[in-house]
Ligand binder design. Structure first.
Ligand code: AP5
Ligand code: MG
Length: 197
């Protein structure tokens, strides 16, 4: 069993790499951004609340994403493991995830942090904005705001996981295949006791 937090700023490549890693290790991929976009598309009450917040590049309330993750964990009690993408994003979310996983006799095996320079992040997101249809990719100032909020509210999670002995840093620049190989090498080297729950 293995439970991974794929971490990094907007545009770091979390979604791209999650697709390969979830297949390779048979993990359930849980992206809170994807789940929220599905709620918006289905025009649910959650989607209606999240829509404007996401458009501004801000974070939705912790309780909203924690409840969505809890629902997914409840639905998959026999999963081989989970790959969290874009969650947790604040210290209270990380604490809630730890508590939820304890309930299922699981724990986070590692937090894999993709490191990419700001200029590259902006270039990737501006480029995707030409085709993605995502409102939050549509202009430079919203992208800057997302990165700023990452620095203020999400980057402190690096210390949270470092203190737990679970922080692993990965160079997120290069070809997609190179980065997948770096991630896999790291996952395969994780000590067995961190992969057992
Ligand atoms: P979310 O959907 O999580 O977006 P994000 O983290 O801001 O960033 P992305 O998903 O855009 O980037 P990514 O790291 O997945 O990169 P990707 O692989 O796509 O969240 C959206 C919003 O939802 C948030 O702003 C917030 O409002 C809300 N939200 C979500 N979770 C929340 C939470 N837990 N709490 C509160 N609010 C929450 O790659 C980006 C681009 O780069 C792609 O075009 C890709 O093709 C390209 N690319 C990837 N790898 C490479 C490479 N190696 N070289 C060149 N290009 C590359
Ligand atoms: Mg993503």
């Amino acid at each position: 069993m293995i439970n991974l937090v794929l971490f990094g700023p907007p545009g770091a490549g979390k979604g791209t790499q999650a697709a390969f890693l979830s297949r390779a290790y048979k993990l359930i991929h849980l992206s809170t951004g994807d789940i929220l976009r599905e709620e918006i598309a289905a025009d649910t009450p959650i989607g209606q609340t999240a829509k404007d917040i996401i458009c501004r590049g801000e974070l939705v309330p912790d309780s909203m994403v924690i409840d969505l993750i809890q629902e997914k964990l409840d639905k998959n009690p026999r999963a081989n493991g989970f790959l969290f993408d874009g969650f947790p994003r604040t210290v209270p979310q990380a604490e809630a995830l730890d508590t939820l996983l304890i309930h299922y006799g699981r724990s986070v095996s590692a937090m894999l942090s993709l490191e990419v320079e700001k200029e590259e992040l902006i270039a990737r997101l501006m480029n995707r904005g030409t085709t993605s249809g995502r409102d939050d990719d549509s202009n430079h100032s919203i992208i800057e705001n997302r990165i700023e909020i990452y620095n203020q509210k999400t980057a402190p999670l690096i210390s949270y996981y470092r203190n737990a002995g679970k922080y692993e840093s990965i160079n997120g620049t290069g070809t997609i295949e190179e980065i997948t190989s770096r991630l896999k090498a790291l996952i395969e080297k994780l000590p067995q006791d961190r992969k057992s729950r």
